[in-house]
Design a protein around this ligand. Sequence first.
Ligand code: ARG
Length: 246
Amino acid sequence: MKLFQKLLAAGMALTMLLAMTACGGSKGTLVMATNATFPPYEFIEDGKIVGIDAEMAAAIAEKLNMTLEIEDVEFGSIVGGVASGKYDIGVAGMTVDPDRLESVNFSESYATGVQVVIVKEDSAIQSLDDLEGKKIGVQQDTTGDIYSTDDFGEENIVRYNKGADAVQALVSDKIDCVIIDNEPAKSFVQNNAGLKILDSEYAVEDYAIAIAKDNDELLKKVNDALAELKAEGKLQEIIDKYIPAE
Ligand code: ARG
C-alpha cells in the first residue's frame, strides 16, 4: 500500500468508528410510525405520545435492545412508509387487511378491534340496517373508511383527518353517524355529551404491527418479543392500564 492509501484506510476506519459511537455503539434505533389520534392506543398527553401501542412498542424495543423513536404521521402514510423502509414498524391500532398485506407483513395480532357506529342519542339510526343513504363520517384510509365506502357508496362517506374531527361533525349535525374502532369510540362518546354507540357491531378485526416485506429478521424478532410480552402478562398489564375493566 502506498502511504496515501494507508492514510485513506485509516481515515475510513476512524469515520466508521465515530459513526458507530454516534449511534450509541450497538444500540440501534427502532423507528415506529403511528397516528396519535386514536385513544387509548395512541394519543398525545402533555405533549407526549402515549397509549397501549406506544408502551407495547417500548417494551418490544427494550427486548430488542433498541431505542424506540416514534413518528406521528398521517394514518394513510404509515403502510407506504413501512413498505419503503422509512419506518421500521407501523403500530397504530392497525387492522390486518388483505390490501395492506399486498405491501407489508403483519406480526402476530396483539388485540381485537371492532368497527362500531356512533350516533346521537336521539338518532333515528337504530341498527346497521338504517345506515343506507345516511351520511357516514370516517377517519380517512382506515378500515372504517374502506368497508363503509364499499357497503354504502362513495357519495355517502365523509372523510376526516382524525376520528375526533368526524365526531365533532356528528355533534354539529353535519353527518348522521361515525364508523370507527370501538375503543376510540368509547373515549369520544365519553368526552362528548349526547352521543351513543349502537349495539350492533359492523366488523371485528385483528390489530397487528406492520413490518416491511423484506425484513423477515425484524418480523421474527418482533413476534418473539410479542410472544414473551404475552407470556409474561406484560401486554395485558399495558392494556389494563389504558382499558380498565368495566
Ligand atoms: N383499525 C383501523 C384501521 O386499521 C383504524 C386504525 C386507526 N389508527 C390510528 N392510529 N388512527 O384502519
